[in-house]
Design a protein around this ligand. Sequence first.
Ligand code: NAD
Ligand code: TYD
Length: 383
Amino acid sequence: MPDQQKFQSSVLSPHNSLLITGGAGFIGANFVHYWVKKYPQDKVVVLDALTYAGNKANLTGLENHPGFHFVHGDIRDYDLALSLLQENQIDTIVHFAAESHVDRSIHGPDAFVDTNIMGTHTLLKAAKTTWLDKSSSALSPQSSPFRFHHISTDEVYGSLGPDDPGFSETTAYAPNSPYASSKAGSDFLVRAYYKTYGLPMTISNCSNNYGPYQHPEKLIPLLILNCLEGKPLPIYGDGLNIRDWLYVEDHCRGIDLILKKGRIGETYNIGGNCEKTNLEVVHAVCAILDELQPLSSQSSVHSPQTSSFNSYSSLITHIKDRPGHDRRYAIDATKITGELVYAPVESFESGMRKTVGWYLENLEWCKTVMGENYQEWIEQNYS
Ligand code: NAD
Ligand code: TYD
């Protein structure tokens, strides 16, 4: 069957065919599990380069799902992207793949520009070729059966003062780290492909996620694992930087709503309505662990710092601040709340309990994803 005809039939299909980039990473994997459970009839193709942050173990359990396919590949590979879109009759791209760790972007910004800007542009070109240039239908973006949904971050808006209102969709971009700047660049490209070529797109900018499958070098898993090993809990500067914490499944629900009901060409901010200082976060993690895994019961935790204390919070260690460390992020979620009737389900307390519980039950997973590269990186940054 010629490509064009195959394509037209997918438009009539009652089910969707999704390409999920970065689906072996933290949020992507949570989204794949969420989607396959909620929409089992859909086809889900995951494209992931399996960098240090991506792991097939994050997708365990999906191997035998009939609509699920994993492709080990790079979003910067135009021919691969094109063939995946065409052969799988993809109608929806959910684009998570990125270099995502601010600290890594400070030490090595090149990969951030390559993947986040060039990679996003490669995907946009492939989507344009497949959905617009090869399509005979002259549908407006608003009535198109296709969708490019781009996952972005609140970090593109820069840093807030203590009394500033939260970031809204009209807040001017002011990214401060190489990571945030590369995400801002990718957001602008997605916007340009809509404005210039009519590519049907939506963007979501969300706050800090936490939950299962987050790589152990990010703040919350790092705190949990260091507690269990009796290692210092490294807190940058005074620990009073504020983030708006969002449980990852609540983020997935928000993306689902945008895909199903969001307006083409629009950006939606997704937040947890949950501003916490880093010190509040570390104390919350320690309090849950003090209850679930008391220090007295942990024969493995014998460090000079814990021997005379009975709380993991004794491990808190203030270290040199991150350069350009944004002081405060907060999301004004009025748009998605009102227009798409979105609200996070988890409170900080319930989400954090689920998260700590998940890591305690999945220590084997932690070992699997912490390869040599991770150890090397930790030694460079925290020793
Ligand atoms: P992550 O680092 O855990 O996962 C990124 C995934 O992308 C990994 O599986 C990795 O292998 C893959 N990847 C990287 N480069 C690739 C390439 N060139 N080709 C194909 N795959 C590649 O990231 P995450 O925390 O899950 O974040 C997902 C998205 O959400 C990112 O776009 C990030 O900017 C955004 N975001 C994350 C947060 C957060 O708190 N984690 C907050 C706001 C926005
Ligand atoms: P991070 O997870 O890197 O997210 P962000 O992109 O918001 O910077 O860090 C969350 C916050 O925790 C941020 O203010 C930096 C801080 N942090 C520490 O204090 N120590 C650490 O070891 C890490 C990884 C982060």
